[in-house]
Design a binder for this molecule. Structure first.
Ligand SMILES: [Zn+2]
Length: 472
């Protein structure tokens, strides 16, 4: 079966540059990043056919899955046929893991041998049992290419040799790749750890003072914890970040309003939002022409769909649906139609930055949405409105929805904190915000205020805020 992999590699010759970035250039791999749309789609279909075959022939999980729905690789003659494969939920893999004890749930397509496997990684486990995945040398190389293409969107102004501090989570497989990629772009990378509450904030401050980084990566929630700590020791956030011009953040959907706030609060010149998913190894980032909740991806390495959660079929272009990802060149674990459990819409016209690959417009994690009278509502949809009240401001980032029923509920209940010293009349604030959000969504809205202490307690996961409270 290795000849299938060889065919895949041959199709993407020139797509993996593997060389350092020329400082100041706008693109990392211009001919590929600006490929005509028709050429992209032609390439995707060729790669997809090969990956379907590999998954069927090499992995017990996908062999069984295709058999169950009565499809053989040769039956899939077009993209419509491809949609007959039911999207894979992480829980499907978890079930296999528990049943068989196989850490890869029957999805590994290469021998588990040191000659083949570079590293074993794990996903964050945001929604349950963590899943494991691996890289071969080939996988590492295309992942690095992807990171470099997207990293240029953030780092193109950073002078070569300047310092980048990564305050991300080093147990996440993506981080090592990001650091290798940034180093390939010509920056000096300093990996530092910044976990949840109780981590060594003093040491983060020392790193900022002595290494004078121009750019940093810091997940929003732990950055905010750092901000709280600075306040408690009467340190000015702008002074602490005085060398930093560029923040790249990750972990949650970052709205334009939140990005503006963060920029102003810390004195950054630019704020970008990036992501890397450990199971499909898809990487994304917003370019300077797009808000942080609209991110570029690489279509030559991933085929993405927005699908109806009920039917598993693609929704009309521009409509929102569940993000389903098929990695197109992955050697180790050739997943087919991975349900990412996030809501997005796809944008596929040419971006103002000149790139032609897909952009994802993010709404949020399915698990954090509530269904109000048949409409799924995401925290990111009300964040901007909440932010606009100075009494609430940054607290909007940690606002929560209350789920009161298994299915649909009658009204949207939002829990949020206000600053007592900035708030003269909490009742007036509550009524004003309820009216404003009701006007936007056309749904009944109730605001519940929580104390600062309650909000901090909700910051349970070190990298993502808990955005949903169940009450039924
Ligand atoms: Zn762009």
């Amino acid at each position: 079966m290795s000849e299938l992999m060889e065919e895949i590699k041959a199709l993407v010759t020139g797509h993996i540059k593997g060389s350092p970035h020329l400082s100041g250039a706008k693109y990392y791999n211009e001919p590929v990043e600006r490929m005509p749309r028709a050429k992209i789609e032609e390439l995707q279909w060729k790669l997809l056919k090969l990956q379907i075959k590999r998954a069927y022939e090499l992995t017990p999980f996908y062999h069984k899955r295709l058999k169950e729905v009565g499809i053989k690789p040769e039956d899939i003659k077009n993209l419509k046929d491809f949609q007959k494969i039911p999207p894979v939920l992480k829980d499907d893999i978890r079930e296999q893991m528990k049943k068989t004890g196989d850490p890869f749930g029957g999805c590994l397509a290469v021998p588990f041998l040191p000659s083949k496997i570079l590293n074993v990684y794990s996903s964050t486990g945001t929604t349950g049992l963590r899943t494991f995945n691996v890289h071969t040398e080939w996988d590492r190389n295309w992942c690095l290419e992807e990171i470099c293409r997207l990293g240029v969107m953030e780092m193109q102004d950073a002078p070569p040799g300047s310092v980048f501090i990564d305050f991300g989570f080093h147990w996440h497989g993506g981080i090592t790749g990001v650091e290798m990629g940034v180093s390939r772009l010509g920056l000096i990378v300093a990996p530092m750890e910044a976990l949840g509450p109780g981590f060594e904030l003093e040491r983060c401050l020392q790193a900022l003072q002595f290494l004078k980084p121009i750019s940093i990566h810091w997940p929003l929630v732990t950055l905010w914890i750092f901000g709280d700590w600075l306040q408690s020791i009467n340190k000015d956030p702008k002074e602490a970040m005085k060398h930093v011009k560029l923040l790249s953040t990750s972990g949650d959907v970052l709205t334009a309003a939140a990005a503006e706030f963060v920029k102003e609060y810390w004195g950054f010149e630019r704020v970008h939002s990036g992501f890397q998913m450990a199971d499909t190894w898809i990487t994304g980032c917003n370019c300077s022409k797009q808000p942080p909740n609209i991110t570029h991806i690489c279509d030559d390495f991933h085929y993405v769909e927005a699908v109806d959660p009920e039917t598993g079929e693609q929704v009309a272009p521009g409509e929102r649906g569940i993000l389903v990802i098929t990695p197109l060149v992955m050697e180790a674990m050739p997943h087919l139609r991975w349900n990412n459990e996030d809501y997005v819409s796809l944008i596929q016209d040419e971006c103002d930055c000149g790139r032609t690959h897909t952009r994802l417009h993010w709404y949020g994690r399915e698990a954090f949405a509530v269904d109000v009278r048949g409409r799924k509502v995401f925290p990111s949809e009300v964040e901007t409105e909440l932010f606009e009240y100075p009494e609430i401001g940054v607290n909007a980032i940690a606002s929560q929805f209350v789920k009161t029923a298994e299915g649909s509920q009658d009204k949207l209940i939002i829990r949020v904190t206000y600053f007592p010293d900035k708030t003269k009349d909490p009742q007036k604030l509550k009524e004003g915000a309820e009216k404003k959000i009701k006007q936007k969504l056309g749904l009944d809205v109730e605001i519940e205020f929580m104390s600062q202490e309650e909000m901090k307690a909700a910051l349970t996961a070190p990298h993502k805020t808990s955005r949903l409270v169940k009450r039924y």
